[in-house]
Structures are given as structure tokens and as C-alpha cells.
Design a binder for this molecule. Structure first.
Ligand code: HEC
Length: 300
């Protein structure tokens, strides 16, 4: 191995080790909590209702820093909330930390005590403790109806009780989608919640293109933390049929990154030509220099 190669190898190794450490070693100094605060007890019981409200709060307020898995791997480095060590502290300690905050961790006092206790329940429910929490079973019935000119999509969710009976899942979050090649397209921009009968009905938009037989696949799913994931999908003949050449027509004037070679955006084309041209000129320049050197050599 030449010296150059060896040095390169060492530098690369050191850099990768340092990079590895910078990810792993996000460690925060111990955070002491006054005894009286640590001894506070959670006034709320470990019930699914509160846990799922805590989860909803977590997903809006905390996920950016603490990450979807609560491992502290969000956009801003934060404490890992999914370790055993974390769960060993009392409810009161966690509560206190949420109230006062420290460093980049803001104070969440403004959310109010009850919300903070729900967050504590949710954090407790993560990891090992989650096994104690049994998710409820549910089923979903997808149907359609036509009201005047308007086609309606109706999803109704039922909870399967232990005695085998069914009851409607009221006030639960659920989603209605149209299946696309690249994932599911939500049929509503706002979050949907079931009514007292466990139902969600949505007017179906008339302008969603279907496949070549006007068919669309719709999907309904329950998205409530307290329930196991349930989905139902159905193929409906509700897509507007696209005429043979409408794909090209519809898109002809639109330039976008994903449109392939013939429809790249102008800025991208310009950038590409600029870079490619620059490289060509560079090569040309080098060739000219080489020629000059050769000529100089001959003349000498
Ligand atoms: C802006 C980023 C940010 C947000 C938002 C944030 N945190 Fe933190 N969190 C941190 C950082 C950074 C720490 C480590 C602070 C320290 O120890 O100095 C931390 C620490 C904590 C701790 C203490 C960890 C321990 O080891 O005891 C808890 C509990 C916590 N966060 C919960 C939450 C909850 C719940 C929310 C949402 C309501 C939230 N955090 C929102 C950045 C954030």
C-alpha cells in the first residue's frame, strides 16, 4: 500500500468512527427532579382512551424532536424516551420535566396538567409496557349510496366485544382513501371521525381518474390508537373514464421532475446544459493545453 493510500484509508476510518459516535453519543447530563415533584402521582388511570389522547398529543407536539419511535431521532437531537432507563423514573419526574423543560426541550406547561399526564401515560405505554395494553378488535363495513346526483362512500366501524357482540365505534379517527400506484390518496383533507353510529360518509369526488374500465379501489381504515388496524377495500366503477390520449393531453404543458426526459422543468434543463457545457469546455481547455505543451516540446 502506498503512503497516500494508507493515509486516505486512515482518514476515512477516523471520519466514519466520528460520524458513528456523533449519532450514538447524543447523551444529555442527568436531570435531577426535586423529590416532592418526583413523588407526584398520575391522577389518570392507564386506560386506552387516555393513552391514545396522549399519543395524539405526542404526534403533534413531540415527534419533531423525539422521533416517531420516541428514540430521540427526530430532526432535532433529543432524549431517547423508549429506554428502560427512561421508564425507571417516576411519573412525577417525567411530568416535572414536561412542565419545566431544559435546553432545547421546551416547557409544555401551557398544555395544561391533564394533557401532560396523558403524555406521561403514553410514554409509559411504549416499549415493554405496551404488551399489557390490549388493543381492541374492530371490523369495518364499506358501502355506497347515491343521494340525488351525489355518490356517497360510507364506512361503518364496529367494535368486536368479548362476548362476541358488535357495537359501533363512535368518535374514532378513521381514513378513507383511493388507492393509487404511489400510495393512498386521502379523500378528505381534514381528519375524519366516526359519528355515534360508527359511521363516516363522504361525498365522492367525480373527477378522480380510474383505470381503463372506470374502476377505482377505495380503502377505509380505522386509525385509532385503541384499536387494532382494520381495513376494507372495494373496487367501485366511479372513476371518470379517461379517453385514450387524455394522459398526454392532460399533462402536455406541465413540466415536472418526474415527467421524464421530454418534460423536464426548464430550470433543470438549463442547469444540465450549463454543467454539461462547462465540463466540455473544461476538457477542451485541457486538450488545448496538452497541445501547447506538445508543440513547445517539439520546438525546444
Ligand atoms: C424542540 C425539540 C423538543 C421537543 C418539541 C420536545 N422535546 Fe423533549 N427533549 C428535547 C431535548 C433536547 C431533551 C433533552 C434535554 C436535556 O436533558 O437537557 C428532551 C428531554 C425530554 C424528556 C426527559 C428525558 C429523560 O431522560 O428523562 C422528556 C420526558 C421529554 N423530553 C418529553 C417530551 C414530550 C412529551 C414532548 C412533547 C410534548 C417533548 N419532549 C417535546 C427536545 C424536545
Amino acid at each position: 500500500m502506498s503512503i497516500m493510500k494508507q493515509t486516505k484509508f486512515y482518514i476515512l476510518t477516523i471520519v466514519s468512527i466520528l460520524m458513528g459516535f456523533s449519532v450514538l453519543a447524543i447523551d444529555f447530563p442527568p436531570w435531577d427532579v426535586p423529590e416532592a415533584e418526583a413523588a407526584k402521582e398520575n391522577p389518570l388511570p392507564m386506560e386506552m382512551k387516555y393513552i391514545s389522547e396522549g399519543a395524539a398529543l405526542y404526534n403533534t407536539q413531540c415527534v419533531a424532536c423525539h422521533g416517531v419511535n420516541a428514540d430521540g431521532m427526530g430532526a432535532i437531537p433529543a432524549a431517547n424516551l423508549s429506554t428502560d432507563a427512561f421508564r425507571e423514573q417516576s411519573d412525577g419526574s417525567i411530568f416535572h420535566k414536561l412542565v419545566v423543560g431544559r435546553g432545547t426541550m421546551p416547557s409544555f406547561k401551557a398544555l395544561g396538567d391533564e394533557s401532560l399526564w396523558k403524555l406521561v401515560l403514553y410514554l409509559r405505554s411504549l416499549g415493554e409496557d405496551l404488551e399489557e395494553v390490549v388493543k381492541k378488535k374492530a371490523s369495518v363495513l364499506l358501502s355506497t349510496k347515491v343521494e340525488g346526483d351525489q355518490k356517497m362512500l360510507v364506512a361503518q366501524f364496529f367494535e368486536l366485544q368479548e362476548n362476541g357482540k358488535e357495537s359501533p365505534v363512535a368518535n374514532a379517527k378513521a381514513g378513507l382513501y383511493v388507492k393509487r400506484y404511489f400510495g393512498n390518496l386521502p379523500l378528505s383533507k381534514e381528519s375524519l371521525f366516526t359519528d355515534e353510529e360508527g359511521k363516516i360518509s363522504l361525498p365522492f369526488p367525480t373527477d378522480i381518474p380510474g383505470d381503463n374500465e372506470e374502476n377505482l379501489t377505495v380503502l377505509a381504515q380505522l386509525e385509532d390508537f385503541a384499536f387494532e388496524n382494520v381495513q376494507a377495500s372495494a373496487v367501485l366503477p366511479w372513476g371518470t373514464l379517461l379517453p385514450e390520449d387524455s394522459f398526454t393531453k392532460q399533462w402536455d404543458n406541465t413540466r415536472a421532475l418526474w415527467r421524464g426526459n421530454t418534460h423536464v422543468p426548464y430550470w433543470m434543463l438549463g442547469m444540465y446544459l450549463g454543467i454539461a457545457g462547462g465540463v466540455m469546455l473544461g476538457i477542451l481547455y485541457v486538450l488545448l493545453l496538452v497541445r501547447k505543451i506538445k508543440l513547445a516540446g517539439k520546438n525546444a
